[in-house]
Design a protein around this ligand. Sequence first.
Ligand SMILES: C[S@@+](CC[C@H](N)C(=O)[O-])C[C@H]1O[C@@H](n2cnc3c(N)ncnc32)[C@H](O)[C@@H]1O
Length: 294
Amino acid sequence: MNAKHFDAVAYAKFVVEGIATKLERAGRDEARTKACWLINHVTGAPFGDITTKGIKPLIKEQWEALGEFLNRVIAGEPIQYVVGNADFMGRVFKCDKRALIPRPETEELVATVLTAADRATSRQIIDVGTGTGCIAISLAFECPAAEIIATDISANALALARENAAAHGQDSRIKFLQTDLLDGFEPQSADIIVSNPPYIADAEATSLAPEIREHEPRTALFAGADGLGVIRRLIPQAFQVLRPGGRLFLEIGETQSAAVKHLLEQAGYSDVTTRKDLAGHDRIAAARKNPPGN
Ligand SMILES: C[S@@+](CC[C@H](N)C(=O)[O-])C[C@H]1O[C@@H](n2cnc3c(N)ncnc32)[C@H](O)[C@@H]1O
């Protein structure tokens, strides 16, 4: 291309199309979005400006880096692991194979907590299975009066969550604890317990997208024969740890709503509800531990 007549927009579109074509040939979805994401990662050009404002000609090192990252995506690695971050509730979280990639459904879980629970009077909030820390850190921003505790059974996930909390300036607000679900918590100590636990049935592994199955941590995904192995233990444990009047919020699998409602009612919760995600599936369960006399 002649430098004198360099057209930054045409050049950007040419690079995007080249990458997108390779991704499509490899069977990857959202090829143009992923192409822009890779270009943004390599050049620093703002994602939304790439095809509207254009980019400068890539230098040799940038082409080499782009080729390496592109090959990883073509080989099936999730793009969030390749570029090392993911967006969650308008914030960027460091993301790597130590923890699950934050998902849009989980943004709805956090939004539900924020609309249903009383932020001003909630003193202790526990995020069970914190992964990248996306839930705990988002709640730390939105609930400035609360003490937030984030647990995970995985030391690797907790290390990543700590890095994210520090990057967002919330590390002094969140206590991180390596434990099995709520082991070690005082009875009647929490106002809100929130969790996006593993909920996929072991047998569903074969039907999962290889990007998920082969790259995201197994402990973050699978929960026994019916996928309810973790939720079944968490529901009664959370009942003990919640204060009277406290609330439990869970992300659940799209076929689990009836079973989870039953487990919640059996454990003694009231105000048991489920909420649909944008795709129309019941994906969020909420319940309350009644104060005495109710
Ligand atoms: C589905 S991921 C959710 C991660 C993060 N909260 C999110 O929403 O992106 C489930 C998390 O629970 C953790 N986990 C699995 N079993 C656990 C257990 N028994 N006790 C505590 N954490 C557990 C996993 O290590 C993983 O980080």
